[in-house]
Design a protein around this ligand. Structure first.
Ligand code: 5GP
Length: 211
């Protein structure tokens, strides 16, 4: 089997625990690479440029769009967010499973461009729990939390576009569930096209002259 990497989109309501899940997945397995997005939102306390995001301004972001430097981008709660093209293409080439932790508009654009990508939607067990996690984070104002909850309602309308929904209740279990989905997805014929083509051609060679 060809161990070619796949493109994985992980979306979910703000506060669903995407960041923690992805961090654990990367710590546990070395077959994943995480794409670092570019954004115009201000860094939260403790966030570093080039680690959580590439923080930039509107002008530079728009210039990057014009130069075709992003594979997708979206506006979320008044700020631009986008996925730099070069890193994703290089890592896929190197056989890594590349994770994009992005919101729904971006996810849909990725599915359009890369139909073989795997779209996973992460959710907390309930709406109540989501609200509790957002408030507990303590890094956002009441106004921002309200915006993010309103956005969650909108995003809940689009969940059907994803391949899988995963409930993030117990983190360890959630990590294994996501890893299992990725492992299964890689075995789907649609993601093993090169391997199938090669083995078919090889078999044809053996049978040449015998028909
Ligand atoms: P946050 O401000 O909480 O870090 O991110 C807000 C939302 O933007 C999250 O849903 C996150 O997944 C999404 N996001 C982060 N990077 C990107 C990106 O490159 N493209 C898109 N479309 N969404 C992103």
């Amino acid at each position: 089997m060809v161990r070619k990497g796949i493109l994985i989109v992980i979306s979910g309501f703000s506060g669903a625990g995407k960041g923690t899940l992805v961090k654990k997945l990367m710590e546990k397995y070395d077959e994943y690479a995480l794409s670092i997005s570019m954004t115009t939102r201000a860094p939260r306390p403790g966030e570093r440029d080039g680690v959580e995001y590439f923080f930039t301004d509107k002008e530079h972001f728009e210039e990057t769009i014009r130069e075709n430097g992003l594979i997708e981008y979206a506006v979320y709660c008044g700020n631009y967010y986008g996925t730099p093209r070069e890193y994703v293409e290089n890592q896929l080439e190197a056989g890594k499973n590349v994770i994009l932790e992005i919101e729904i508009q971006g996810a849909l654009k990725i599915k359009e461009q890369f139909p073989e990508s795997l779209l996973i939607f992460l959710t907390p067990p309930s709406g109540e729990e989501l609200k509790r996690r957002l408030e507990g984070r303590g890094t956002e104002s009441t106004e921002v939390i309200a915006k993010r909850l309103a956005r969650a309602v909108e995003e809940s309308e689009g969940v059907e576009a994803y391949d899988y929904v995963v409930v993030n209740d117990k983190l360890e279990e959630c990590v294994e569930e996501v890893h299992g989905l990725v492992d299964a997805a890689r075995r789907a014929p649609v993601r093993q096209k090169t391997f199938i083509k090669e083995i078919r051609e090889e078999l044809r060679k053996f049978t040449k002259g015998a028909e």
